[in-house]
Design a protein around this ligand. Sequence first.
Ligand code: UD1
Ligand code: MG
Length: 449
Amino acid sequence: MQVSAIILAAGQGTRMNSDLPKVLHRVAAAPLLHHAMATAASLSPERLVVVAGHGAEAVAAAARAFDETAEVVIQDEQKGTGHAVDMARPLLAGAPGEAMVLYGDTPFIRPETLQAMLEARARHAVVVLGFHARDPGRYGRLLTAGDDLLAIREWKDATEAERAVTLCNSGVICAEAGTLFALIAAIGNQNASGEYYLTDVVEIARARGLSAGVVICPEDETLGVNTRQQLAGAEAAFQARARAEALENGVTLTAPETVFFALDTVVGRDAIIGPHVLFGPRVTIESGAEIRGFCHLEGCHVSRGADVGPFARLRPGAELAEDVHVGNFVEIKNAILDEGVKVGHLTYLGDAHVGEFTNIGAGTVTCNYDGVMKHRTEIGKRAFIGSATMLVAPVRVGDGALTGSGSVITDDVPAGALALARAEQVVKPGLAIRLFEKLRAAKAAGTKG
Ligand code: UD1
Ligand code: MG
């Protein structure tokens, strides 16, 4: 089935009290817009159109960052949801197949729910997604008779009897694209808000002898974000769902309530995630890897059998091959660690490649930045980098080479060589005892030695 998706994202989100357009606020390390786009993507749409208005440039950039084929149309003035969908008319009025309208600020609609709507299209020309609201507030009310949807009444325009209805409009709506735009052309703005309501398409369709129907989903799917409070609630809801899914998929979470996932985090079966682990965007963890407590990961890949942390930071471009060990207080950025590499303690590796089974001693630093440019460090296989080695990049250390502890390595080290780059040790017998005696005497006399 061919489907086009339209995501409404032109509103300012006044109640967020923010300079940022509402749909760019983040849940699970991703803008709200990306959540809606991910839901839409589950339909494998032929075309994905985002209607932007407030902060249109930034919203368009975010849309393209998620999907470079996404099309963005601009709604200069926000004249209502019907007017917003109409902005997509030049792109979609002639498109074959279905049109599905979603909101950019409603992140949790499930793919199965959209499928149910597409199936309901066999029975109705227009299908609306509804939910039974615990507190119906100012949602539009769905007025039904049996299986038929008669009208959607906006709260402002509703009678007392209509306001007593608890079946509410989520905003998601589906119809054949040509039909939808034909119906939208007939929408007026003679209502309490003076807006072009998308919801009017239901009554217009019925007046034309077309039927409308409702698919009902759980209320938590329709959770929208209008305030910071709701943004925090959406984060909590996302994390609760992501943790439950991870556990179901065979991931061990020692303390699930302390782990934070991103929208796109992928964790394999039998991976173990300790307490207080935070996943930023673009992280993949293979089966059987272990992430110990208090790690912060972003833009990285951890392979099978590897273990990380506690207290480690993997930044974008960190690639850990199988059985790599990264210990405490280690930071890795834009660096590939081949199979079996060990980086146990207090180390920074940036812009580097480390060959298989090399051991990196405690306190090693790749000095990758000269204040202007970044430089690479290449370390071979089965090398041994002594503790507190400073590797001043660009620099290469060959296979099987050894650097002495505390060395500042500025020149390449050939394979199999030992490099020592530190001052030679001087030993003065008895000098410590004489020095301390002098200092204590000075202290007793109240003077400085
Ligand atoms: C809308 C529905 C209401 C439903 C509720 C669910 C209409 C007329 N009303 O009301 O029945 O219960 O959502 O949350 O459709 N937008 C634009 N351009 C505009 C207007 C809105 O892009 O000109 C976008 C907003 O950014 C938002 C979405 O459309 O993402 C919904 O708009 P909003 O103003 O929140 O509609 P509600 O009054 O809440
Ligand atoms: Mg709203």
